[in-house]
Ligand binder design. Structure first.
Ligand code: SF4
Length: 434
């Protein structure tokens, strides 16, 4: 199809024409690896493990080649091709009836089917602007032109954790060796002091999450909430993932709702909907086999909503997952919101691969591609409309340019300012996946 020679000044001279003609024929030209997508998606079966690790790292969720050097959490520049997604390029999908009808159904707020959502996630490049533009229009309908954020501080009260999530670079376990020196435990007095410091520079919220320390009980979490409220009574306490909630309730022998009510009575304001990763047990068995299951996560969040607490909902994507898992996740979040109405915002968290144990062992992809990450915000807006009105973009993981683009593709919220270790310096934020 193209001359077989290498010319640095004009590489692959016929590719642009080939791409144009392929599109005119209603098809899409996509770069692949030497191994084709069906085998890429099951690389562990079809390739020697020494090769499979490279295949995973060089591929996207569809099994095609990664074609640029953007990685979540790396501060890399966004790919050049992104410039065409929101300016120029086709804005309509005339003649593509299937996509047109899916977008119309989303704009009408109808429940989309799993396969329809998969099609949005795997849309051809020439239809990408239409999907992003539709999401942007729905954002305008749902929340207008205001971009929101909260001034907050993260307080990670301990990184000691009994669990071994394969994507987590935050936890420290062992009782010997190098791990011990890196273990952190933030005493109640320090939590109170950090809360006062945050309030002094304008924070209205503290976000508290940590590992599951083997000696922590439900009483520990109650004491943490009280420490914050006693330090600054007006502070919004956004704390404890569904995993921490279940751990706390179990250690006190309480029903979830009873424990959640006690936390709320002591001052807990809302829950981060983290620990969701991918709400599909097929994926959870690989990336976090000892963690709570999909149904346990959904049950815990529903119980929080039932006692009057509100929560976010997250998705952590770009590792061993596929578009079908993302579709199931969004459908489960939508169903939960339809039942309870307690989700304040949906927060896509692209997998930051660099220090993740599973990636270091060659068992995951290298996070989502930029295309996948932007699409996640847009498709979430389309699928969750009108039930979830706020779609948050993580400026830490997407970078400033990436976050700006997501704000034109369905997102409307920038999350928190995330003051961390030093509130007098430039805000520093955590890029681990926890
Ligand atoms: S993600 Fe949370 S529960 Fe899992 S290992 Fe890390 S700190 Fe522990």
């Amino acid at each position: 199809m193209t001359p077989d020679h290498v010319n640095p000044e004009a590489p692959w001279p016929h590719l642009a024409a080939l791409e144009r003609q392929t599109e005119e024929a209603g098809r899409e030209l996509v770069e692949r690896l030497a191994i084709t997508p069906a085998y890429v998606r099951d690389a562990g079966r079809w390739a020697d493990e020494g090769m499979a690790r490279h295949i995973r790292r060089m591929s996207d969720a569809r099994g095609y080649a990664r074609t640029n050097a953007w990685f979540a959490g790396s501060a890399s520049a966004i790919p050049d091709e992104a410039a065409n997604w929101m300016s120029g390029g086709p804005r309509t999908v005339a003649g593509r009836g299937r996509l047109t009808s899916i977008l119309a159904a989303a704009q009408a707020g109808r429940d989309l089917a799993e396969q329809e959502i998969v099609e949005l996630f795997t849309v051809a490049d020439h239809d990408l602007p239409a999907v992003l533009t539709a999401a942007d229009e729905l954002r305008r309908v749902a929340v207008g032109e205001t971009v929101t954020y909260v001034v907050n501080r993260n307080i990670n009260y301990t990184n000691v954790c009994n669990y071994r999530c394969g994507f987590c670079a935050f936890r420290r376990g062992g009782v010997q060796g190098a791990c011990v020196a890196l273990r952190t435990i933030c005493p109640l007095t320090e939590i109170a002091e950090r809360t006062r410091e945050a309030a002094a520079v304008g924070a209205t919220e503290v976000c508290l999450q940590g590992g599951i320390h083997p000696s922590y009980t439900g009483e520990t979490y109650l004491r943490i909430v009280r420490a914050v409220k006693e330090a600054v009574p007006s502070m919004h306490v956004h704390a404890f993932s569904p995993l921490e909630i279940r751990h706390g309730a179990a250690t006190l022998g309480l029903e979830l709702r009873e424990y959640l009510s006690r936390l709320a009575a002591d001052g807990l304001s809302s829950l981060p909907g983290t620990a969701a990763e991918i709400l599909d047990d097929e994926v959870r068995r690989v990336i976090c086999p000892d963690k709570l299951t999909t149904s346990e996560w959904l049950e815990t969040v529903a119980d929080a909503h039932a006692v009057g607490l509100r929560s976010t909902a997250t998705i952590m994507y770009g590792h061993v997952d596929a578009p079908v898992h993302w579709a199931r996740h969004l459908l489960r979040v939508r169903a939960l919101q339809a039942a309870t109405g307690g989700i304040t915002e949906f927060v896509p968290l692209p997998y930051v691969h660099m220090e993740a144990p599973l990636w270091r062992r060659g068992l995951t992809r290298s996070g989502p591609t930029f295309r996948e990450a932007v699409l996640m915000h847009a498709v979430a807006r389309l699928v969750l409309h009108p039930l979830v009105t706020n779609i948050q973009v993580s400026w830490v993981k997407m970078g400033p340019e990436g976050a700006a683009l997501c704000l034109r593709a369905g997102a409307n919220d920038l999350g928190g300012t995330l003051m961390n270790e030093s509130i007098s310096a430039r805000p520093v934020a955590c890029t681990v996946n926890c």
